[in-house]
Design a protein around this ligand. Structure first.
Ligand SMILES: [Zn+2]
Length: 265
């Protein structure tokens, strides 16, 4: 991923225009503009922060961060990252998440956190460096674990206070400094529902760009204890099998894949 010094509008690419926290999409399928920009009547600052993000199905993907420039779109509309997630292939959504996280990083690292001086972007990687003291910063990735606790073929699902609409999901929580991921799993289960778990094993991971998380999923076996929820975090928690499932997160989510895997549904 490299910073682009000079935009080439003749270049064919998929263009990730970000304005505020919205993406320019061009049709009802929420596709992004693709091809060369040269033939399109679109007025924007050519010095906008731009990065070559990588490739999606052998097509170059380029971020243009408009920040808060108000430009008139020749067609299409502005669409949120969550709307994109609902329509896009996971690989493409991850690219959009990458675009958003790079834009967010550049916007929030204009000045040095150590001495307060203006920072400059480095061209060979996504980083900002202080001209005065040399302090360098990289995009932040905040790891969080989610875990399916399993007991007698049933999975523990909980309704979080932050989840509106009655959706139930597996438990989750942020990794604290100095913790292994497995320690986070055991601590979060103990804190949120009062249970001890064992046989903690890796299931999968998913970048979650809201705003810069990495979800890492685990399966753990119930060991001991009775469910005793933390009322500051949860509204309810119980054991479920495939025949009595409550409303679950969407199919694109890692939490749903985890539940489907455990219950074979
Ligand atoms: Zn500095």
């Amino acid at each position: 991923m490299k910073k682009i010094k000079k935009l080439n509008l003749e270049r064919k690419a998929i263009w990730f225009f970000v304005q505020g926290d919205l993406f320019w999409t061009v049709n009802v399928n929420n596709d992004l503009p693709e091809g060369a920009l040269a033939g399109i009547d679109l007025a924007f600052d050519l010095n906008s922060t731009s990065y070559h993000l990588g490739y999606y199905q052998h097509r170059a993907c380029i971020l243009i961060d408009l920040q808060h420039q108000a430009i008139e779109l020749p067609f299409g509309r502005w669409t949120s990252l969550r709307e994109l997630m609902a329509d896009a292939e996971p690989e493409f959504f991850n690219m959009a998440g990458r675009a958003w996280q790079v834009a967010n990083f550049v916007r929030t690292h204009q000045f040095c956190g150590q001495c307060g001086e203006k920072k400059i972007a480095i061209n060979w990687e996504v980083a900002s460096q202080c001209r005065a003291c040399g302090h360098r910063a990289y995009p932040r990735v905040s790891p969080a674990v989610m875990m399916a606790v399993v007991k007698d073929g049933k999975v523990l699902l909980a309704q979080n206070k932050r989840n509106h609409g009655g959706i139930y999901s597996v438990l989750a929580g942020f990794v604290e400094v100095g913790e292994t991921l497995e320690q986070t799993v055991a601590r979060e289960v103990k804190e949120e529902v009062g249970l001890e778990v064992c046989n903690i094993r890796y299931f999968g991971s998913q970048p979650w760009p809201f705003p810069h998380n990495m979800m890492i999923a685990y399966i753990a076996d119930y060991q001991s204890g009775e469910i005793n929820i933390d009322p500051n975090e949860l509204l309810a928690a119980n054991w479920y099998d495939a025949n009595n499932l409550p409303e679950l997160p969407g199919q694109h989510s890692l939490a749903r894949q985890l539940v489907n895997h455990i219950l074979d549904c």
